[in-house]
Design a protein around this ligand. Sequence first.
Ligand SMILES: N[C@@H](CCC(=O)N[C@@H](CS)C(=O)NCC(=O)O)C(=O)O
Length: 196
Amino acid sequence: MYTVVGAVKSRAFRVMWMLEELGQAYDVIPAAPRSDEAKKFNPSGKVPALLDGEEVLTDSVAIMQYLADKHGRMTAPAGTPARARQDAMTLWLVDEFDAILWAAAKHSFVFPEEQRVPQIKDSLKAEFARAAGKLEEMIKGDFLMGDDMTVPDILAVHCINWSIGAGFPKVEGPVADWASRMRERPAFKAVRGRDA
Ligand SMILES: N[C@@H](CCC(=O)N[C@@H](CS)C(=O)NCC(=O)O)C(=O)O
């Protein structure tokens, strides 16, 4: 039995969605970012973390990839060109989606007020829209990497949902259609249901 540290309304959503896709049971400790509870598992106070027996793992993307590798699903095998292409997509999403949204969050509510530069948000929104346009050219099939759902599908859809919550311009076209299909998945809905 796994335990996810972090609430549904955080990057812990990604880990829960992966566990649901894999059909794995899990508990949730809904620790808030930077809380004493979160620091018990990650000295930085960041969530999510995953408890797997005695092991404590951190970072949503590392955890998703760990779970995919461990259960042999939702990923190309390590050491293959397909895996290198999948990892390139994952890292591109970290650079061009997650980092932009995180920068916007920092300048909205994470940084102390005196360190925020709210004007930066317009260029972050434009950058995100450009990246979403690029993603449209990068989708290889029913899923980002082709016929099979993999780690980057979860990462990208979570970021698109986050962008909506952050008031970023709406993602349109094939990327929006693919994201809507992903939100229909029972595993996605199961995690959403936990929030209700
Ligand atoms: N790259 C990390 C980022 C984790 C992260 O920044 N999580 C946020 C909540 S979604 C957090 O804990 N923020 C608190 C902080 O940065 O101090 C991941 O994907 O897990």
